[in-house]
Ligand binder design. Structure first.
Ligand code: AHG
Ligand code: MN
Ligand code: MN
Length: 335
């Protein structure tokens, strides 16, 4: 049960028994993410004061320029999880391949693997706009004590045991689920403690916000074009408001609180859209469903998609349930 002024640390301990598996390992894992989030938050907040803004001079496996803070956040999350011997494997947007932890050590009895987008929306850093971190947690499927394999990471989203994000915004929040609803915690920066500020978060069933990069309109499938026109039509509670930050975490967070839909469709330039299934769409889809929302690729439930590659991309439509259902209707009609 949530209570007023409860800290994240207290909440984790209190809710440990409601996890499906109660060894305490998952609690330690969430605790490590909490710690890494504070470290990264500290650095993100210094952007502009110290030499942390701008490109790191490298590209990741997806050909995207890595920002200095992408590299920093990636290192901090990996270090924190590795040093504590908390997980048996990590996959990250910024790493070509997954990392096997203590694979030689037969005493590594850890059961969980983590997939992360260490810094989401990183092109927003230079202009002082909110960024985030996304994480997704699975139980490994290969035997404990052996090195992890790709199979441990390529699990369907419906197998996630936990997922969440940190949003480094006007305030810093950690929002996560272990499959029993979604709770949000706000950091008090003066004392470095997260407090439960948003218990039992839920998407309103209907919303009035649509979030999409409309600059790509010309390249979108007909179903998406028709849905966007529907959002803009003068009828009933429409036209809707358009809000697009360009930082999935922030756009999702706003839509969950206010009611809305986020779309990153495929386009004639990019046949699978832009967002990555394993460390962007799956964790957000798990959170959405746990918060009474919905996530789809336009036709299929995101959490039912069978992954084939670590850095696989997928079209993504996510948000208030009735809005996502409507967008799917338009997709089907235009088939
Ligand atoms: P990342 O910074 O981790 O590469 O992710 C950026 C993603 C997502 O956060 C955002 O919604 C989307 O890219 C924005 O893409 P466009 O600039 O193409 O709209
Ligand atoms: Mn991202
Ligand atoms: Mn990223």
């Amino acid at each position: 049960m949530s209570q007023k002024n409860q800290t994240l640390g207290e909440f984790i301990i209190e809710n440990q028994s409601s996890f499906k598996y109660t060894s305490g390992e998952l609690s330690r894992l969430i605790n490590s993410i909490r710690l890494a989030a504070k470290v990264v938050n500290h650095e993100v907040n210094k952007a502009g004061l110290v030499d942390i803004i701008g490109a790191a001079g490298d590209t990741n496996i997806q050909g995207e320029d890595q920002q200095k803070l992408d590299v920093y956040a990636n290192e901090k999350f990996i270090q924190t999880l590795t040093n504590r011997n908390i997980v048996c494997g990590i996959a990250s947007e910024e790493e070509d391949d997954f990392i096997s932890i203590n694979s030689q050590d037969e005493n590594n009895n850890n059961k969980y693997v983590v997939l992360i987008d260490p810094l989401d929306g990183s092109s927003n850093i230079d202009v002082n706009v909110s960024v985030g971190t996304i994480f997704s947690v699975y139980r490994r499927v290969t035997p404990v004590g052996t090195p992890v394999t790709l199979e441990d990471f390529l699990q369907k989203g419906s197998q996630q045991v936990a997922a969440g994000y940190v949003v480094y915004g006007t305030s810093t929040m950690l929002v996560y689920t272990t499959g029993a609803g979604v709770n949000g915690f706000t950091l008090n920066p003066a004392i470095g403690t997260f407090y439960l500020s948003h218990p039992d978060m839920e998407f309103p069933e209907n919303g009035k916000i649509y979030s999409v990069n409309e600059g790509n309109y010309i390249h979108f499938p007909q179903g998406i074009k028709n849905y966007i026109k529907y959002c803009q039509m003068e009828e009933g509670d429409r036209p809707y408001t358009s809000r697009y930050i360009g930082s999935l975490v922030s756009d999702f967070h706003r839509n969950m609180i206010k009611g809305g839909i986020y779309l990153y469709p495929k386009s004639s330039k990019n046949s699978n859209g832009k967002l990555r299934l394993l460390y962007e769409c799956n964790p957000m889809a798990f959170l959405a469903e746990q918060a009474n929302g919905k996530a789809s690729d336009g036709f299929t439930r995101i959490l039912d998609i069978e992954p084939t590659e670590l850095h696989q991309r997928v079209p993504f439509i996510c948000g208030s349930k009735n809005m996502v259902v409507k967008a799917e209707e338009f997709m089907r009609l235009a088939e």
